[in-house]
Design a protein around this ligand. Structure first.
Ligand SMILES: [Zn+2]
Length: 277
């Protein structure tokens, strides 16, 4: 959250041409100035931005503890990221998520090179940011939901990529050789069989975290099935170890939404249901 507010401050200072050694201007002053130049920024709730700024100042001056996690998660998801995105769009015609550059485009490579240069995050990371925001929007306010859970998949994504980037060339070569691939396939098959025994009414989808093909074993929600519909419940990836347990199906619903739509007809047929949709 602190980094997000710092990014916000830097973006505004750069737009206003504030020199790097100017330390008297506070975020409050910067916001007043930039809002007079870009009235669209006034649409964002000022009280929320004040709460974000106050919390950032508290963390910077007095430190933080895990007790701050929930409040920081809400401020980041409700205020920090949306307002930073709005500032980038309004002031620089620059977008965190490439989907917003030309709404309706379904793949990044359909953008022109000029449009691609306006994208802030690489597509894989933009997709993860989308997951965070959709999980929060779809589950916020529901019983048992903790806003920190919005970051659950993203944390796994970061851990997995850190692990990969820390590998030596010889480790990567070992993973690539035919014998290792055979061992990996055998292990994944064993895990798949185990999960399919544990879960009821399963289907295999691609993992949205490690991109393993068919490595995500998904248990379909029994209530939906009894009503003649399909929806994911718990799931687990046999390649990267990402798991969503029962009671957190709001995460699998967001992560697997696109694939569920694409596979809907096939799955309805497999489970002997007819499409009522
Ligand atoms: Zn995976």
């Amino acid at each position: 959250m602190v980094l997000c507010v710092n990014a916000l401050e830097s973006a505004i200072k750069a737009k206003l041409g504030v020199p790097p050694d100017e330390r008297k201007l506070q975020l409050r002053d910067l916001l007043t100035q930039v809002r007079s130049q870009f009235p669209d920024l006034n649409e964002f709730d000022g009280d929320k931005i004040r709460a974000l700024r106050d919390k950032r100042n508290q963390l910077v001056h007095y430190g933080f503890s895990p007790k701050d996690d929930r409040e920081c998660a809400v401020l980041l998801l409700d205020v920090g990221l949306p307002f930073l995105n709005l500032c980038y769009k309004t002031m620089y015609d620059f977008y965190l998520d490439w989907h917003e550059i030309r709404p309706g485009i379904t793949t990044f490579d359909k953008l022109t090179s000029a449009e691609m240069s306006k994208a802030g995050l690489v597509p894989d990371v933009a997709e993860q940011l989308g997951f965070i925001m959709y999980i929060y929007k779809s589950a916020n306010g529901k019983e048992g939901f903790n806003p920190e859970h919005s970051f659950y998949a993203f944390i796994h994504f970061i851990r997995m990529h850190l692990k990969q980037s820390a590998m030596s060339q010889s480790e990567m070569n070992s993973l690539e050789d035919a014998e290792s691939r055979g061992i990996q396939y055998d292990n994944e098959t064993k895990l798949k069989n185990g999960l399919e025994r544990l879960f009821h009414d399963t289907c295999n989808l691609d993992c949205p975290i490690c991109y393993g093909i068919g490595t995500m074993i998904v248990e379909l929600d029994e209530n939906s099935l009894s009503e003649g519909d399909i929806a994911p419940d718990r799931c687990g990836c046999v390649r990267c170890g990402f798991v969503v347990g029962r009671g957190a199906s709001y995460i699998s619903k967001v992560l697997l939404a696109t694939q569920m739509v694409e596979s809907r007809e096939r799955l309805l047929k497999e489970f002997g249901l007819t499409d009522r949709g």
